[in-house]
Structures are given as C-alpha cells and as structure tokens.
Design a protein around this ligand. Structure first.
Ligand code: SF4
Length: 501
C-alpha cells in the first residue's frame, strides 16, 4: 500500500495548478458588532478574491444567544453570497469568512472554511490563512488519541487541539493550541463572546484590524487579510495584528495578548511582489509604491537598450511602470489580458495550459511591431507562461524581447501557505539565468537581486543574520522548521478523501 507523503502532496498540488504562477492560499475576514456582519464579511471576501477563488464560506453568530449560521460553496464570493436571501440567512452581529484556494486538488465542501465545531463552551468557528508545517505530525498524534477528523485541511488541527485542551477559557485553549502548532497562520475565530484574530510568532501571513464608524459601543471591528477589505466596507485601518499577537474583540472592546516570546518577524516578502492587492498597505508599506520601486531598482540593476517597456498583465504592471520611469523609456500596454476566462475552462494538462496563455493574453501588434521590447513580469515558476508570452510578442513583430523579473529566481518551494510546485519543477532550481533565457526564448533575462529587493523595501540590502522578511522561496532560508518534511511524516490516509466527490 502506498502511503501519501508530503512529497506526493506537492506533486498533486503542481498537477492542480491551472496557470504558471504561485497562488495565495486564502483570505480571511472577521466582523464584530454590526447588524450587517455577514454582508460586510461578504464584501471583505470579495475584495480578497485574489487570495483564493475555489470556494468561499461565512459563519455568522447571533451574539448573546450563541446561535451560529453557516453558508459555504465552491466558486467565487459573488456566486455564493450575491443573493440577498443568502445574506438574510446569516443573521447576527458577528461573522467570520474565508476564501479558499484548494491546493491538494480536493475541493470537497467539507474542506471549505470557516470550520465549525460544538464544544462544551458552545459553538466555535475558525478560518485560517497559511500552512502548518507540523500538521501531519500533530494529526497522527491526535488520531491516535481518538480524534475524528472530518476534513483534510490543516486547519482542523486547531479544532481538535482546542477540544482536548485542559484550559478553561476559549482564549486560553486557543493559545494552548497555537503553542503546539508550527507554521504560518493568520486566523480569525468566533465564539459566543468574542471575535479572535491571531498571527503566528513570525508574522508570515498578513492580518489587519479596522474599525467602522458606527455599529455598537465604540463601533464595529473588522479583521481582514489586507487593507483593501477594510476599504471596501468603509472601515478605518487601525493597525496590523502584530506577529505572535492574539487580539480578542468583545463587547468591552479590543484586548491584546502576546503569549509567545518576541522574535524578529519574517513577513512574506512575496506579498509585496505579487500576492497582495496593489491598493493594499501591508505592514505600513503601500504595495503599489513598493512594486514601482522594485521596478526602478530592476531598471538600475539590469537596464537594456529598448524602445518600449511592456508589463505582463496584471501583476507586472506597477513594476513595469517603475522600470519605464527609471529607464526613461515609454511604457505601453503591449499585451492585453482577457479578464473573462473562467478557471474551469482551462484543463490542467500541459497542452491546454499552453493554450490557456493565449486565452488569457493577446499581443497588441501596434505597440510591438519593429520594437525592442522589455517585458516585465513578477516571477517565473515553471517558465511555461513566460515562454509562450515571449513567443507571442515575437510573433507580433518585436525585433528583440528582453525579460525582466521583479522577484529573485524562485528556487525553492513555499511551505508557509503559498501554492508553489515542488522544487524539481521550478525552472530556477534547475537552470542558471542564461539557460533560463534560452528556455523561455528571450534575448536576455534578468531578475532583481535579493539586495535590490530589500533596497526597494527601504533597507540597505539583505541582512543574512536578520533579514526581517521570509524569502525562503528565493534563498532556501526556512525560518520555521519544516517538521513534516524533516520527519518524513506520512499524512494519515483518509478513506473519506478517497470516497469524496
Ligand atoms: Fe512568502 Fe516565499 Fe516565504 Fe512562502 S517561502 S512565505 S512565498 S517568501
């Protein structure tokens, strides 16, 4: 019998990728103290749609009564919560919600968050962004103790650890659970008494606090993965949840506790490059401005004689603007993106994946013909998309095609909540930059340097002793131990998984 290992999971993950980009794995929202809690949560999730498009869910709660209501479904937020009757079925002054990007290829509804459980203290709902690096190890131990898992998500580990905790208050039980998990997490949780937000001790994944001007004593609170979710509901940004901080929001207001020993934070640097929405401000730094600075740095580091700077839309746009401004070369939309390509339309086979590039992008011949073109993109994962785009730009008459990338080469997989292929499938893990240029068919290829990236973030360069960010996918410097991989922990095989639709 073949036991499923984390490596197999990585394979399954790469097979499920529908295009050649790393994927964010979830956005979370929590609201406390508003009669419109579910509607505000749905709006927040809509603003965070870029963080996960496979499924969405909301659990609302009638505070005081402790009655919970849930609605979850596959697909986009608008598909699931666009109907007023659905929102009307989620009453209460508190809610938590979740957007999911399914990484194991399994999109069964029981994996759609928020997860809910009945405890002796009442109902409890939790939604989680990130990835636990000791989930399989913990899960095996919990199953041995008799815990019955209902889903195949890491996040259910929180539920069982809370269930078996000997502490009496919900917050203490959650802290007890968090002390046993390792990995990256930003989570929102709801019980009959409070909304809770928590970030892992290194603060790898984002979580912000906002406040609505009205809606209860002192106004309603909103927790969300990014500030763009606060903007859409008109909430004022208060601050980031700090690394290792747990915020508890109840009728008396916001309380903070820091149960972990303080350590230098390691926020995901890829959020600035690609994941976060450009209109969000992350850890006090506006994403759009940062991307432009990365582009300018890239132009200084690896400028090349050219007639036009062209972004690979949409994620390459701000970096291309920064590059063009710094280089003094016109910025033009040489590639037009079709926004109306349904995800299910593209089958995850190599052949169709290639066609998918043409479905999504088309070359703007009027801008490209007879020109020396610099293409600016945010990353190269497998290289399949880059190759097709270079080919497309050449076919539209470009005389030279130079590719500039606003991240350093992606040489390692992410185990902290971003869906990347296993290492052997990453182009930069196997080839140097010159070889990669040949493979994608570009006249030249350059990536921003690690120091250049840190300079764009306002630092003198990368301080290896204390980088201040997670950059493991570029350096292999994994700050959180990869427990399951290190111990080759086998994932408990679930019969339910095998039988699931
Ligand atoms: Fe972000 Fe890369 Fe670290 Fe993953 S490995 S958390 S993508 S910087």
């Amino acid at each position: 019998m073949h036991h499923v290992t984390p490596w197999d999971l990585a394979d399954a993950e790469s097979a499920s990728l529908q295009d050649d980009k790393p994927h964010e794995e979830c956005g979370v929202v929590g609201v406390w103290g508003s009669a419109d809690a579910a509607a505000l949560t749905a709006l927040g999730l809509h603003a965070l749609q870029h963080r996960g498009q496979e499924a969405a869910g909301i659990v609302s709660m009638e505070t005081g009564a402790g009655i919970f209501h849930a609605h979850k479904g596959r697909g986009l937020v608008g598909d699931n919560f666009g109907d007023a009757a659905v929102i009307a079925g989620l009453p209460g002054r508190a809610a938590v919600g979740h957007n999911r990007y399914a990484t194991t290829g399994e999109t069964a509804l029981r994996n759609v968050q928020p997860l809910y459980a009945d405890f002796e203290f009442g109902g409890f709902a939790v939604a989680h962004n990130g990835n636990l690096t000791n989930a399989h190890t913990l899960k095996r131990a919990l199953v041995r103790r008799g815990c019955l898992f209902q889903s195949t998500t890491d996040s259910e580990v929180f539920i069982h650890l809370i269930a078996i905790s000997l502490y009496s208050t919900v917050t203490d039980r959650l802290i007890d659970a968090l002390k046993q998990v390792q990995g990256a997490y930003s989570l929102v949780a709801l019980h009959n008494g409070a909304l809770i937000g928590a970030r892992d001790p290194l603060g790898v994944r984002p979580l912000v606090i906002g406040k609505l001007p009205a809606g209860g004593p002192g106004g309603a609170y909103v927790l969300a993965s990014e500030t763009c979710a606060l903007d859409i509901v008109g909430a004022e940004f208060l601050r980031d949840v700090e690394p290792g901080e747990i915020v508890v929001i109840d009728e008396a207001g916001l309380h903070s506790t820091k149960p972990f020993a303080a350590q230098p934070s390691r926020f995901c640097i890829f959020e600035y490059i690609y994941f976060a929405r450009p209109d969000s401000t992350v850890e006090g730094t506006p994403v759009y401005e940062t991307r432009k600075r990365i582009g300018a740095e890239l132009a200084r580091e690896s400028g090349v004689a050219a007639d036009v700077i062209v972004p690979v839309p949409d994620s390459g746009v701000p970096a291309a603007m920064g590059y063009a401004h710094e280089a003094g070369i016109p910025y033009e939309l040489g590639i037009i993106r079709n926004h109306y390509v349904g995800r299910t339309f593209i089958e995850p086979t190599d052949h169709i994946r290639h066609l998918g590039v043409k479905l999504k992008h088309s070359a703007n011949r009027a801008v490209l013909e007879g020109k020396r073109v610099v293409l600016v993109d945010d990353s190269i994962v497998r290289g399949t998309t880059s190759r097709k785009i270079v080919e497309m730009v050449r076919a539209a008459g470009a005389t030279e095609v130079h590719m500039r990338i606003s991240s350093p080469p992606t040489t390692h997989s992410c185990f902290y909540g971003i869906d990347t292929p296993e290492r052997s499938k990453l182009l930069a893990a196997k080839h140097d930059v010159e070889e990669m240029a040949k493979i994608i068919g570009a006249d030249s290829l350059a990536f921003i340097s690690l120091d250049g990236l840190y300079r764009a973030l306002g630092r003198p360069g990368r301080d290896a002793a204390q980088p201040g960010y997670c950059d493991a996918c570029f350096t292999g410097d994994y700050a959180i131990p990869l427990v399951d991989l290190r111990d080759n922990a086998e994932r408990p095989v679930s019969l339910l998984q095998a039988a699931a639709p």
